[in-house]
Design a protein around this ligand. Structure first.
Ligand code: GUN
Length: 283
């Protein structure tokens, strides 16, 4: 089994991105800037945001952090997003999800100006993706596709089974794999006999958030396994895939941690730089 080493690939690509950003800063006289909004103190979100913050600094992306109270009103959050939309020094905005239940997540995602949507979650940007048009892609699916490209894994003609149908990962990654010529099955919580589907797969993308639900008996020998799961069990990070069981079965596999996670952050940095380039070219 060959490890799909997201940590290594993202590190190499971040170095290249840093150079590209340096050149752009010389030309356009200001660095890219990402505004990160975190509402409340969800421990996983805090940790993700810290990682994003650190990665931005590493490649030369400026970073404004807005850590808001759990009980913030809809009006206050709306005012902040509107002011960031209007702020000409801000290129990208990221609203860390989930947000507290009293706030309308979809409404706030779509309130972020489409041209500053670093996550690619805006309904119009997702619409472009589903119509196979150029747009900002959600970071996790984009990172997965970059990882497959780097290891020269061509999805063309393959059967791909995606477990999970979220707007953030499952659905968009299915679309991107289909664009690359794979035949797609999307499984989810209502799927009967998950193993029946996964056993036919040449590529499995597991994005359900359930520790080790993909086991040896569910995987065809030689399959490529992409594990998006980040489950905290007894203080340890565990994927959706039983890594040790599959070491002798898979041809390629991502570890958790160190697989999809760092590629997601790298893609967010790429997205921010893309938004910046569009922004400065317009000025
Ligand atoms: N929560 C879990 N994943 C993500 C992500 O990629 N972006 C944002 N904004 N929130 C998330």
């Amino acid at each position: 089994m060959i490890l799909l080493d997201g940590k290594k690939v993202s590190k190499e690509r971040n170095l290249k991105l840093k150079e590209d950003i340096q050149k752009a800063v010389e030309k356009y006289k200001r660095p890219p800037k990402l505004a990160i909004i975190l509402v409340g103190n969800n421990p996983a979100s805090l940790s993700y945001v810290k990682g994003k913050n650190k990665a931005c600094k590493l490649v030369g992306i400026e970073n404004d952090m807005y850590h808001l109270d759990e009980n913030i009103s809809e009006k206050e959050l709306r005012n902040l997003i509107i002011s960031l939309n209007q702020d000409d020094t801000v290129d990208g905005i990221l609203l860390q999800l989930p947000i507290p239940k009293h706030l309308d997540e979809d409404m706030f995602i779509d309130l972020i100006k489409r041209e500053k949507d670093a996550d690619g979650f805006h309904v119009i940007n997702q619409g472009y993706l589903y119509q196979k048009k150029k747009t900002i892609y959600p970071a996790t699916p984009k990172g997965i596709m970059t990882l497959l490209n780097t290891y020269e894994i061509d999805p063309k003609g393959m059967r791909a089974v995606v477990i999970g149908r979220s707007n953030i990962v499952g659905f968009p990654v299915a679309r991107l794999l289909m664009d690359r010529g794979a035949t797609i099955t999307v499984c989810h919580s209502k799927t009967k006999d998950l193993g029946y589907h996964t056993r036919q797969a040449n590529i499995i993308v597991a994005a359900v958030g359930k520790p080790k639900i993909v086991t040896k008996d569910m995987v065809k020998p030689g399959a490529v396994i992409i594990d998006v799961g980040v489950n905290r069990v007894d203080g340890k990070l565990i994927g959706d895939v039983d890594f040790h069981q599959l070491e002798d079965v898979a041809s390629y596999m991502t570890p958790v941690p160190g697989g999809v996670g760092p590629m997601t952050i790298h893609s967010l940095l790429e997205n921010t730089f893309e938004l910046y380039m569009e922004h400065v070219k317009k000025d």
